[in-house]
Design a protein around this ligand. Structure first.
Ligand SMILES: C=C(O[C@@H]1C=C(C(=O)O)C=C[C@H]1O)C(=O)O
Length: 112
Protein backbone atom coordinates (compact mmCIF):
# COMPACT_ATOMS: atom_id res chain seq x y z
CA UNK A 1 0.00 0.00 0.00
CA UNK A 2 2.83 2.40 0.91
CA UNK A 3 4.31 1.71 -2.52
CA UNK A 4 1.05 2.61 -4.26
CA UNK A 5 0.77 5.92 -2.38
CA UNK A 6 4.35 6.74 -3.24
CA UNK A 7 3.75 5.80 -6.89
CA UNK A 8 0.66 8.05 -7.14
CA UNK A 9 2.62 10.96 -5.63
CA UNK A 10 5.43 10.37 -8.13
CA UNK A 11 3.01 10.22 -11.08
CA UNK A 12 1.22 13.38 -9.87
CA UNK A 13 4.55 15.21 -9.91
CA UNK A 14 4.86 14.21 -13.57
CA UNK A 15 1.31 15.42 -14.28
CA UNK A 16 2.15 18.77 -12.62
CA UNK A 17 5.26 19.12 -14.75
CA UNK A 18 3.33 18.35 -17.93
CA UNK A 19 0.59 20.84 -16.96
CA UNK A 20 3.25 23.54 -16.58
CA UNK A 21 4.57 22.65 -20.04
CA UNK A 22 1.03 22.88 -21.45
CA UNK A 23 0.62 26.34 -19.93
CA UNK A 24 3.97 27.43 -21.34
CA UNK A 25 2.96 26.21 -24.82
CA UNK A 26 -0.43 27.97 -24.57
CA UNK A 27 1.33 31.19 -23.52
CA UNK A 28 3.67 31.00 -26.54
CA UNK A 29 0.77 30.24 -28.91
CA UNK A 30 -1.21 33.24 -27.60
CA UNK A 31 1.79 35.53 -28.20
CA UNK A 32 2.12 34.29 -31.78
CA UNK A 33 -1.59 34.60 -32.64
CA UNK A 34 -1.49 38.13 -31.15
CA UNK A 35 1.33 38.92 -33.62
CA UNK A 36 -0.76 37.43 -36.46
CA UNK A 37 -3.67 39.63 -35.34
CA UNK A 38 -1.47 42.75 -35.51
CA UNK A 39 -0.41 41.94 -39.07
CA UNK A 40 -4.02 41.17 -40.09
CA UNK A 41 -5.05 44.56 -38.73
CA UNK A 42 -2.25 46.26 -40.68
CA UNK A 43 -3.22 44.62 -43.99
CA UNK A 44 -6.96 44.76 -43.22
CA UNK A 45 -7.55 40.98 -43.18
CA UNK A 46 -10.43 39.39 -41.21
CA UNK A 47 -9.52 37.63 -37.94
CA UNK A 48 -11.46 34.45 -38.79
CA UNK A 49 -9.82 32.37 -41.54
CA UNK A 50 -11.93 29.27 -42.29
CA UNK A 51 -9.40 27.55 -44.62
CA UNK A 52 -6.64 27.79 -42.04
CA UNK A 53 -8.89 26.26 -39.36
CA UNK A 54 -9.98 23.42 -41.67
CA UNK A 55 -6.33 22.59 -42.42
CA UNK A 56 -5.38 22.95 -38.74
CA UNK A 57 -8.06 20.45 -37.59
CA UNK A 58 -7.21 18.05 -40.44
CA UNK A 59 -3.58 17.97 -39.32
CA UNK A 60 -4.49 17.67 -35.64
CA UNK A 61 -6.90 14.76 -36.26
CA UNK A 62 -4.26 12.92 -38.30
CA UNK A 63 -1.85 13.23 -35.39
CA UNK A 64 -4.36 12.51 -32.63
CA UNK A 65 -5.72 9.42 -34.45
CA UNK A 66 -2.19 7.99 -34.48
CA UNK A 67 -1.85 8.69 -30.76
CA UNK A 68 -5.36 7.31 -30.06
CA UNK A 69 -6.48 10.62 -28.56
CA UNK A 70 -10.27 10.99 -29.07
CA UNK A 71 -11.19 13.57 -31.72
CA UNK A 72 -13.86 15.18 -29.52
CA UNK A 73 -11.21 15.88 -26.88
CA UNK A 74 -8.94 17.46 -29.50
CA UNK A 75 -11.88 19.42 -30.90
CA UNK A 76 -12.96 20.84 -27.51
CA UNK A 77 -9.40 21.78 -26.46
CA UNK A 78 -8.54 23.48 -29.73
CA UNK A 79 -11.94 25.14 -30.17
CA UNK A 80 -11.41 26.83 -26.80
CA UNK A 81 -7.85 27.79 -27.68
CA UNK A 82 -8.95 29.23 -31.03
CA UNK A 83 -11.87 31.11 -29.43
CA UNK A 84 -9.37 32.69 -27.04
CA UNK A 85 -7.20 33.50 -30.04
CA UNK A 86 -10.11 35.49 -31.59
CA UNK A 87 -10.38 37.46 -28.33
CA UNK A 88 -6.67 38.29 -28.14
CA UNK A 89 -6.69 39.29 -31.82
CA UNK A 90 -9.76 41.46 -31.23
CA UNK A 91 -7.98 43.09 -28.26
CA UNK A 92 -5.03 43.94 -30.47
CA UNK A 93 -7.43 45.45 -33.02
CA UNK A 94 -8.93 47.54 -30.19
CA UNK A 95 -5.42 48.60 -29.05
CA UNK A 96 -4.68 49.77 -32.57
CA UNK A 97 -7.91 51.77 -32.70
CA UNK A 98 -7.01 53.46 -29.39
CA UNK A 99 -3.48 54.25 -30.55
CA UNK A 100 -4.89 55.57 -33.82
CA UNK A 101 -7.32 57.84 -31.97
CA UNK A 102 -4.64 59.07 -29.56
CA UNK A 103 -2.24 59.86 -32.41
CA UNK A 104 -4.90 61.64 -34.44
CA UNK A 105 -6.76 63.93 -32.05
CA UNK A 106 -7.69 66.07 -35.05
CA UNK A 107 -10.06 63.25 -36.13
CA UNK A 108 -12.23 63.70 -33.05
CA UNK A 109 -15.78 64.56 -34.09
CA UNK A 110 -16.47 68.06 -32.71
CA UNK A 111 -19.61 68.87 -34.72
CA UNK A 112 -22.52 70.22 -32.65
C1 LIG B 1 -4.29 32.94 -35.79
C2 LIG B 1 -5.06 33.06 -36.87
O1 LIG B 1 -6.36 33.57 -36.80
C3 LIG B 1 -7.51 32.77 -36.47
C4 LIG B 1 -7.17 31.88 -35.35
C5 LIG B 1 -6.59 30.67 -35.57
C6 LIG B 1 -5.85 29.94 -34.50
O2 LIG B 1 -5.91 30.33 -33.33
O3 LIG B 1 -5.15 28.96 -34.84
C7 LIG B 1 -6.66 30.12 -36.87
C8 LIG B 1 -7.29 30.75 -37.88
C9 LIG B 1 -7.97 32.06 -37.73
O4 LIG B 1 -9.37 31.89 -37.79
C10 LIG B 1 -4.58 32.70 -38.22
O5 LIG B 1 -5.20 33.11 -39.21
O6 LIG B 1 -3.55 32.01 -38.33
Amino acid sequence: MEYNRWKIAELRDLVDELDSILLYVIEQRRKITYQIGKIKKKVDMPIFTANRETELFKRLYQQSDQKRIPRDLVESIFRNIINDSYNTQQDCHKDNVLIFKRKNPINIDITF
